[in-house]
Every structure is written in structure tokens, then in C-alpha cells.
Design a protein around this ligand. Structure first.
Ligand SMILES: [Fe+2]
Ligand SMILES: [Fe+2]
Length: 422
């Protein structure tokens, strides 16, 4: 029965109003208002020794990060943060430096008076060390009702995952406060506050030619991207995690540089070339939103292929994690086939979707451009887990009920072999 139903007894209505009035009069205003929300770990260039935190509150006073080794919780270091933006509150950022590798730290953020709960994260090991990360395609649609169950299944399946890659279109409306709230709730404060999130913007993080006002305050990047180009310094970066260089590009040439897309993409290509040539690690994962080979028959990102494909191939990037097409695929250049139909060499290109919007799937754009989709699925929401262990990497795509829909292994023990294992 509605609380305003005509059948509701008047006395009960009065009691309810009195209770509400009393609650408002006695509610603690300061504590509730300044408690940090949207606390999230963003990787620095070197997450073995430093860690960036972002959060939002409704005060711009004294943004503060307190951090201590989990083994010595009394040894608290206070790091002064900065206010980065005013969007539905004040966003803050702080970076702890001088941390010890492979070490658990407790931290909380706040204004010096009101703080988030203490949470714990572990810095990356300084060298290659086995770990698992998650990869999500577009969360975007039906976030609470349809995407969150997939996210929760991923977190439950891999409770020890140390990092998550988000390949764009995290929300549908770039500046929707409600949708960003849903996104943070889908992952929950434990997942946003205890593992690093590697994110790239999708076209839905743009409104016409403007990047979401929420993007940089929530996902500041690592600060080692190109120094010029629309939105490139804040959206393009790389971070090194236990033997893997994660590289984030921005594929939104239509929105970010509609009149200069070639030079904007070339700027990223030159930076990518350096990031790949200077990679001291055995593994490379690149993520951006629009796929170089589309699953949708009406879609084609030819400018991306022209700008980046040769670089991805010549440096033999291991994984290229993409989104945008609202279906699933995994494939490679046909030139990288081997005599064994289950084995390829070279980079692996993927497309995935977490949320509820689905488009049809077609291999046309793959085959017309020298590639093949080894696995392609329409109408399938998935989450992906990647286990990196020495010379081997194992990738699995699953639906929320745990059904494995794709699986392969990259083995570099004796030359590089990518083997279907489904
Ligand atoms: Fe998209
Ligand atoms: Fe999308």
C-alpha cells in the first residue's frame, strides 16, 4: 500500500511525519555529509612503490590520506591530497609514495575529521610475480539490474584479483550522477577500494566533444601519457604490474578530435611505440574502447587500424582488450595462424560486454581486414579473468553463471604460442 493511499489511517500518517521530522531534526549533519564516497584505487606508473586514491565528499577542506603498513598499523603517514573537481560534491586525489613493494597497507581518506573505513591494499611486487586481473567490457546499460550480477560473479570467482581493466562505456550517459552511482555500487566499496582500476573512456564517456566531467576526477591516470592532444595527457598512460605493462589508449577520435583525428591518433601511436619499445617486462596488455576489428556489420574503425595495428603487431602485444560492440569476440590476424588450427602467434584481440545492451555479431569486418574471429558470441554478457604466471598467461571468459565461453593460453616458454583451450 502506498504511504499516501487514501486508505492509510490518518493517525499512522501523522506518526510517520512526526518520526521523519524528528529524524531530520536530530540527524548528524556533518558526519554523514563529509564521509568520503566513491573511494577508488588508480594505478600510478609504478604501483610497486606508490598508489593514487580518489574520492568524493561534500567538503573541500583538508583532503587527507592516512596510510600505514598493515603489519604496523600505528605507523601512520599522512599525505596531503588535492581537490580536483566539483561535480556532485568535491572530488579529491592523493598519492602515497615511497611504499615498499609487495606489502599490505591500511589506509583511509577524509578531511582530517571524518574518514572512510580503513581498507587494505597490497602494493605490486617489484618484479614478475603471478597474479590475476579482471577485464570488463561495457557495463553501461542496466547497470544495477543486469551488469552488477556479472560484476559480482567476477569478484566472487576471483576474490584474489589484484587489478581490473575496464574497456570503456562504463556508463551510458557520460554526466549522469545516477549512473555513476550505479557503477560504483555494482563494484562496491571493497572492489573499488582494494584493487587498482585501469580504465579507458568509451564514446559514452563523451557528450558530443566533451569528456565526462566525472572521468578525470574518478580516473586520473598515471600521468605518463602524451603531453599534448585533446584529453590525451589525462586518459592515456601505462602502468607496470608484476611483469605486465598495461597500456591505456583513447580511441575516441570522432569525439575528441573530429577535425584532426589522424594527427591525434598519430600522437598516440608515437607514444605507444615508445611505451612498447621501453617495456622491460615480458608481457604487454593494451586497452582502448573501439575495436580494430568490429563485431557489428555496420561498424568499422578503419582510422584505428591505420594508426595502431602495425605497431600492435610489430611489437607483438599479447592482449588487446576492447569493448563497444556489445557482443563477444576473440581473434587474430590470419597471418598469425599456424599449421595447427588451435594455435596462433601474435596479438590476441578481444571484444566483450558486461551490461545488458546487445547488438548482432558478424565476422565480416574481421575477414575483410585480414583477421579471423576464433570465438564470436552475440547476446552474451561475460566477465574475463587473466592469470599471468611466469612464461604463461591463461585467459577465460565466463557468463555470470560460471559457464566458460572462451579460454586460451599464451605460452612463451619456447617461442610464443597462443592455444585455444576451450
Ligand atoms: Fe561504445
Ligand atoms: Fe557501449
Amino acid at each position: 500500500m502506498s504511504p499516501f493511499s487514501a486508505r492509510r489511517p490518518l493517525a499512522l500518517l501523522c506518526t510517520t511525519l512526526l518520526a521523519l521530522t524528528t529524524a531530520v531534526a536530530t540527524a548528524p549533519t556533518a558526519a554523514a555529509a563529509t564521509t568520503p564516497e566513491r573511494v577508488l584505487l588508480s594505478p600510478t606508473a609504478d604501483p610497486a612503490t606508490s598508489q593514487t586514491l580518489t574520492w568524493r565528499s561534500d567538503t573541500s577542506a583538508n583532503p587527507t590520506l592516512q596510510i600505514a603498513p598493515a603489519s604496523a598499523p600505528g605507523q601512520v603517514t599522512t599525505v596531503a591530497g588535492t581537490n580536483t573537481a566539483s561535480v556532485g560534491g568535491t572530488f579529491h586525489r592523493a598519492t602515497a609514495t615511497g611504499l615498499a613493494p609487495d606489502t599490505a597497507y591500511r589506509y583511509r581518506v577524509g578531511d582530517g575529521t571524518d574518514f572512510s573505513p580503513w581498507r587494505t591494499f597490497t602494493t605490486a611486487a617489484s618484479d614478475a610475480d603471478p597474479f590475476t586481473f579482471l577485464y570488463f567490457g561495457d557495463v553501461q546499460n542496466g547497470i544495477s539490474s543486469g551488469a552488477a550480477p556479472v560484476v559480482r560473479a567476477a569478484l566472487a570467482a576471483e576474490p584474489d584479483a589484484e587489478l581490473a581493466v575496464h574497456a570503456g562505456d562504463l556508463v551510458d550517459s557520460s554526466n549522469s550522477e545516477a549512473q555513476w552511482t550505479e557503477w560504483f555500487e555494482a563494484f562496491g566499496p571493497e572492489a573499488t577500494g582494494t584493487m587498482n582500476h585501469v580504465t579507458t573512456p568509451g564514446n559514452h564517456e563523451y557528450s558530443l566533444f566533451s569528456l565526462s566531467r566525472y572521468w578525470t576526477p574518478q580516473f586520473p591516470g598515471a600521468g605518463n601519457g602524451p603531453t599534448s592532444g585533446n584529453h590525451l595527457p589525462q586518459t592515456v598512460y601505462h602502468t607496470d604490474y608484476q611483469g605486465v605493462r598495461f597500456i591505456v589508449l583513447n580511441s575516441n577520435y570522432r569525439a575528441a578530435a573530429p577535425l584532426s583525428s589522424s594527427s591525434w591518433l598519430a600522437t598516440q601511436q608515437r607514444w605507444l611505440e615508445q611505451a612498447l619499445a621501453g617495456n622491460p617486462h615480458p608481457w604487454t596488455v593494451v586497452t582502448f574502447h573501439h575495436p580494430v576489428f568490429s563485431n557489428s556489420p555496420s561498424r568499422d574503425n578503419a582510422a584505428l587500424r591505420r594508426a595502431w595495428l602495425d605497431t600492435l603487431e610489430s611489437h607483438d602485444v599479447d592482449l588487446v582488450l576492447q569493448g563497444h560492440d556489445h557482443s563477444y569476440a576473440r581473434g587474430n590476424l590470419t597471418a598469425n595462424r599456424t599449421s595447427d588450427p588451435a594455435v596462433q602467434t601474435g596479438p590476441v584481440y578481444t571484444v566483450a560486454v558486461t551490461g545488458t545492451k546487445m547488438y548482432g555479431a558478424s565476422t565480416a569486418n574481421w575477414t575483410e581486414n585480414g583477421a579471423e574471429a576464433r570465438v564470436q558470441l552475440a547476446n552474451t554478457q561475460t566477465f574475463q579473468t587473466v592469470r599471468v604466471d611466469g612464461a604463461r598467461l591463461h585467459y577465460t571468459a565466463r557468463t555470470a553463471d560460471g559457464t566458460v565461453v572462451d579460454s586460451f593460453t599464451i605460452d612463451k616458454t619456447d617461442g610464443k604460442r597462443v592455444t585455444d583451450t576451450l
